[in-house]
Design a protein. Sequence first.
Length: 265
Amino acid sequence: MPTPKTSSSRKPLFYGTGVVLAAALLGFISYRATAPADRSGSSSTAVADVTADPDAGVFPELVKLARRDAGDGLAQGRADAPVVLIEYADFKCGYCGKFARDTEPALIKKYVANGTLRIEWRNFPIFGAESEAAARAAWAAGQQGRFWQFHAAAYAEGVKDKGFGKDRLKALAKEAGVRDLGRFVRDADGAAASAAVSKDQEEGYGIGASSTPSFLINGRPLAGAQPVEVFEQVVQAAADKAANTKDAKGDGGSKGSGDSGGADK
């Protein structure tokens, strides 16, 4: 994916020691993950490029970005899940759509369903006014518990090519089962939606994200619509580390809420 022109003026925020290294790493991974195919036709980023070492490339400062809010309509999975995947994405991004259609459902089935993984969405519109309008609309759908249904509708094959004008966004909301379309329109145009999107966007720029989709998995940067095996490898390594840490502490209890969060399925 091309790097947005606006990102050149953004500087990584200071979340703690090592965040500059994390930003540099995420930027490099973003390039590798979205670089042109080689002569054999394969992507330059392979499964072998991602080490199974659960400590490799993990930044404690970035772990703290997981919100774990049980009432977050833009998240799914248990608030106390041992692994949190944060996705920074744009509805006009083709690679984001590929992840949503080809990879995310497998992760939900394998890891979210059994309580291992929580997925937290961050609106990261980088491709102009329609990207920002779609982000606000997605947030508005989330206020009525239909974010993930809107997410699925907006990322369906060929949808982004039709654009995200106001009428189109309202049609997608209707398709997603948003009950009060009048409220949806008001929410999407309101100050709260703009503030929520801006918060996510600044967070993404703050960790050095330069393309979409970009991810953090328990503080480990990962970028691009990589094969599902890459995500499974990183999620499993993070889950194993969390389990080993828990066993070492002898902590049989769980932290946080057990609520699933997110929209109705």
